[in-house]
Write a protein that binds this ligand. Structure first.
Ligand code: SF4
Length: 124
């Protein structure tokens, strides 16, 4: 298990809200407290999924709309303990709100101050 590291999985969808999930995940990883893991790989690579379960006891899952693709894929692969965040909970409207650095940083600040420092995971 990676000491203190959190696995971040983003839906990385085509929409503005999916772009937010992707950008937030990448910037969180750059800050060094977490590692972004490929959502698509969870869908097709059982070995990767099993290794990730061993390496990361904690996951943050970022989705860009209520379809919750990332959450659903992880649940389907047997990962059920994670913190789920939807970018639409931050006043972002799918298909409308421009992607801005300020809004990305607002979501990151929330995750770092509320979630990563006080991790309470929902059993889904
Ligand atoms: S959760 Fe929504 S925004 Fe993200 S990939 Fe799925 S449909 Fe697209």
């Amino acid at each position: 298990m990676e000491d203190g590291k959190v696995g971040i999985v983003a839906c990385s969808g085509a929409s503005n809200t999916g772009a937010y999930s992707d950008l937030v995940a990448r910037k969180l990883m750059q800050r060094g407290k977490s590692k972004m893991l490929c959502l698509a790989r969870f869908a097709i690579d059982e070995k990767f999924t099993e290794q990730s379960k061993q390496e990361y006891s904690r996951f943050v899952v970022l989705d860009g709309c209520p379809i919750n693709c990332a959450e659903e894929i992880l649940k389907d692969k047997g990962i059920t303990t994670f913190k789920h965040i939807n970018t639409t909970d931050f006043g972002i409207v799918k298909g409308k709100t421009p992607v801005t650095v300020d809004k990305v940083d607002e979501i990151i600040d929330y995750i770092e101050t509320v979630e990563l420092n006080n991790l309470i995971y929902n059993e889904k």
